[in-house]
Design a protein around this ligand. Structure first.
Ligand code: GTP
Ligand code: ZN
Length: 354
């Protein structure tokens, strides 16, 4: 058990004493890299596990705890069962398919990484915040490339961020000068697990290297590209930092398409939520209703028009996402039914032959 504590196991929450528990350190296609805090194993899913998978969220992700059968002699392990998660960061998988993709699991903290230079985008940050709240972990905003900005620019950027990340700690850092790194480390005590999330190029992998103090995770500068000029490294990996915290890197995220988040809208938009409570009507649509506090806030500048638009847009997007998922659930059920019918029919034919 003591070895598991080294890789983030929280004994106070989960009181399982099992030497066959390991943590997923890396995922690459269908193979896993797991650790029990002492030894590493190459792992794959058991047939039974695969048979029970009904949803992409049932599959192990980086940060997950799983029960395995170890084959000590070969340093291999077979994954039997997934330990229920404390948190999970989920997005709609890239591409046209309606599919949830789990980016990281069992993290205590989500670092939402943005770069302080020209492409600081608070609308994108709202989206990440929503998904972070939805994950069940606590968000922290990390602003990189401080070295590229003047003191005033940094101040102005932080002020913009604080308007959307209400009450969320914000740390500005530089991977070049190491400024702000000590402050960031306060959010990374030993035994804690954090995930780095943010768009491609904001400096996540560089930050992993800064914190590891060695070049482990390849960064943009030296990364290979595929024939289309895209970066090919997209695998997720968890790193054990020298002082005992765990850090999950999530390279190659181009955009964050939401999967779920309706229940986290209030946390993400706590300012709007507070105004809504003061509207005259409970079911106010904040449009033309009399006594609308939201409209009043928009008029007197307490609430920015862009932020309110973003709030409405995310609401619509989540509702749309929900409808698509319902449709998919319906089709899945239908296909399952068809398959069952086919199987029954085949069984019938077999019996007749005998
Ligand atoms: N000036 C400056 N450049 C930085 C800093 N952090 C990262 N960079 C540079 O930004 C570029 C992108 O950094 P990466 O660490 O590869 O970005 P990433 O977020 O891991 O990107 P993906 O792996 O594609 O998701 C590289 O050229 C880094 O050298 C910083 O604090 N200051
Ligand atoms: Zn209203």
């Amino acid at each position: 058990m003591s070895n598991l504590i080294k890789i983030g196991w929280d004994c106070s929450i989960q009181d399982i004493d099992d030497e066959n528990i390991v943590r997923i350190m890396a995922v690459q296609k269908n193979s896993y890299h797991v650790s029990d805090g002492e030894h590493d194993y190459a792992a794959h899913l058991s047939g039974k596990f695969l048979n029970q998978v009904t949803h992409s969220l049932d599959l192990p992700a980086v940060g997950d705890w799983v029960l395995v059968q170890k084959l000590e002699s070969e340093q291999k392990a077979v994954i039997q069962e997934l330990v229920p998660r404390n948190s999970q960061f989920v997005r709609q998988a890239a591409g046209p398919k309606v599919e949830a993709q789990i980016v990281a699991a069992n993290m205590d903290t989500v670092f939402i990484v943005n770069s302080l230079n020209h492409d600081l985008n608070v609308r994108r940050m709202e989206r990440y915040l929503l998904a972070a709240y939805e994950s069940g972990a606590s968000p922290i905003i990390v602003l990189t490339k401080k070295d590229e900005c003047s003191v005033d620019e940094v101040k102005a950027a932080i002020a913009r961020v604080e308007e959307v990340a209400i009450g969320v700690p914000t740390v500005a850092i530089s991977n070049v000068t190491r400024e702000g790194i000590d402050e960031l480390l306060e959010y990374l005590p030993a035994g804690r697990t954090a995930a780095l999330l943010g768009s491609s190029g904001v400096g996540k992998s560089t930050l992993v290297n800064t914190l590891l103090d060695e070049a482990v995770q390849e960064t943009k500068d030296i990364r290979e590209t595929d024939s289309k000029g895209r970066h090919t490294t997209t695998h997720r990996e968890m790193f054990i930092l020298p002082y005992g915290a765990m850090l999950i890197d999530t390279p190659g995220m181009r955009e964050l398409q939401l999967w779920d988040g309706e229940s986290s809208m209030d946390s993400t938009f706590s300012d709007i939520e507070a105004f809504e409570k003061e509207c005259k009507f409970n079911d106010c649509k904040h449009d033309t209703e009399p006594g609308c506090r939201v409209q009043e806030a928009l008029e007197n500048g307490d609430l920015s028009y862009e932020r309110f638009q973003s709030y409405l847009k995310l609401q619509r997007e989540l509702a749309f996402e929900r409808r698509k998922q319902d449709q998919r659930a319906y089709l899945e059920e239908k296909n399952r039914w068809k398959k069952l019918k086919r199987q029954r029919h085949a069984g019938y034919k077999l019996r007749k032959k005998r």
